[in-house]
Design a protein around this ligand. Structure first.
Ligand code: CP3
Length: 349
């Protein structure tokens, strides 16, 4: 039997089927909470907010104070890695991320060793949160997966990623070299996060869609596998959640080729496919439509029940298929948390 204090999330990640699934939400911090907006207004810009352990720890804890969630995810961003490797990153208010010109790969490679130290404040945020968080709740660390981070580095902003996909065909060696740099920097960063208190590590591959099978293997599956292997080689056994969002039928290739403990599924994942992954020994996470959470009503209640029913017979973590939308009504979040946990949750806005 598990120690009663082992967080429910970690029990699910080690393959246990629980009487009710653990629950947390992608992008639970910072999107819709008024207390976040108040805190955010005190920081000069988003990157300084992420790099301020006191403020970032507070933002990490806000959603778990409000709701009885089973995990907190460290408040940071996937674009801190390119910044730490020497590419300029900033956020245009109301628009999203912007990056300066892509440096030479050799120049980026030169910065890998120093990059982890430049991200030491994220480790400090993790230690602060772990010290405050109740023992039954897990703390999740994360990084962007190499291909997703590379799309921003190549295109300089969020986009339809056509230029990055073209780059994968036109300059395959350069892309592979960039991914290798990112594997190295990301593995070091995640090892640091685990040593600072992260109990699970998530790789956000937010843009895994529209890739041909062989390209998917080369730029998604292999780099994920390399990161997990690097982290394990350092003696870190912290479980991984891999999230190949948009991969469609290739999710099964991902599950075969990537040694993550848990595969996070997006909104389109079928019940049968999720069960096949569970039968192959993977924990699964997902996959409530973030727009249904925003919309609410009887369709939301019914889908939550259906997800728990279809996947709760195996190792399963309840979550969304993509991050919370900023306009999501707080009572809808409260209702889902209450439905999944059986706990009463105040719905105050
Ligand atoms: O709550 C959490 O999940 C923890 C923190 C977190 C943020 N970003 C904070 C953030 C996490 C896990 C991320 C991951 C992230 N960042 C992803 C992968 C997940 C996904 O949604 O696909 C991506 C693609 C990014 C890059 C990024 N950061 C974009 C495109 C934007 C702008 C638009 C947006 O999503 O809000 C950001 C900014 C960002 N990251 C904000 C927050 C709270 C908003 C900035 C602000 O408050 O000023």
């Amino acid at each position: 039997m598990s120690d009663p204090i082992t967080p429910r999330l970690l029990r699910a990640l080690t393959g246990e089927t629980l009487e009710r699934p653990p629950i947390w939400f992608m992008r639970q911090a910072g999107r819709s909470l008024p207390e976040y907006l108040e805190l955010r207004a005190k920081a000069a810009d988003f990157i300084s907010f992420c790099m301020n352990p006191e403020m970032a720890a507070e933002a990490t804890l806000q959603p778990v104070r409000r709701f009885p969630l089973d995990a907190a995810i460290v408040f940071a961003d996937i674009l801190l890695i390119p910044q730490a490797l020497g590419q300029d990153v900033w956020f245009e208010a109301g628009e999203g991320p912007r990056l300066g010109a892509l440096p030479d790969i050799a120049a980026l490679a030169d910065q890998v060793e120093a990059s982890t130290g430049r991200l030491a404040n994220i480790g400090e945020t993790l230690s602060r949160v772990r010290a405050e968080l109740e023992p039954e709740r897990a703390l999740i660390g994360f990084a962007g997966a190499p291909w997703t981070v590379a799309t921003y580095m190549i295109e300089g902003r969020g986009s339809n990623r056509e230029a990055a996909r073209r780059f994968a065909y036109e300059q395959p060696e350069k892309l592979d070299a960039l991914l290798e740099v990112l594997v190295d920097a990301t593995a070091r960063y995640l090892i640091m996060q685990a040593k600072s208190g992260a109990q699970a590590l998530k790789l956000f591959e937010s843009w895994a869609e529209n890739l041909a099978e062989d390209v998917f293997e080369r730029i998604v599956v292999k780099p994920h596998a390399a990161i997990v292997e690097r982290v394990r080689a350092a003696g870190v056994t912290t479980p991984f959640i891999g999230f190949p969002r948009g991969a469609g039928a290739l999710v099964e290739n991902y599950a075969q080729g990537s040694p993550v403990e848990c595969v996070a599924l997006d909104t389109q994942a079928s019940a049968a496919m999720g069960r096949r992954l569970q039968a192959q020994g993977k924990t699964i996470q997902g996959a409530l439509d973030n727009l249904l959470l925003l919309a609410g009503g009887p369709a939301l209640d019914a889908r939550v029940e259906q997800l728990v029913e279809q996947w709760g017979g195996g190792p399963y973590i309840f979550n969304l298929g993509h991050g919370i939308m900023p306009a999501t009504p707080i009572p809808h979040i409260a209702r889902v948390v209450s439905q999944v946990t059986g706990k009463s949750v105040k719905a105050a806005a």
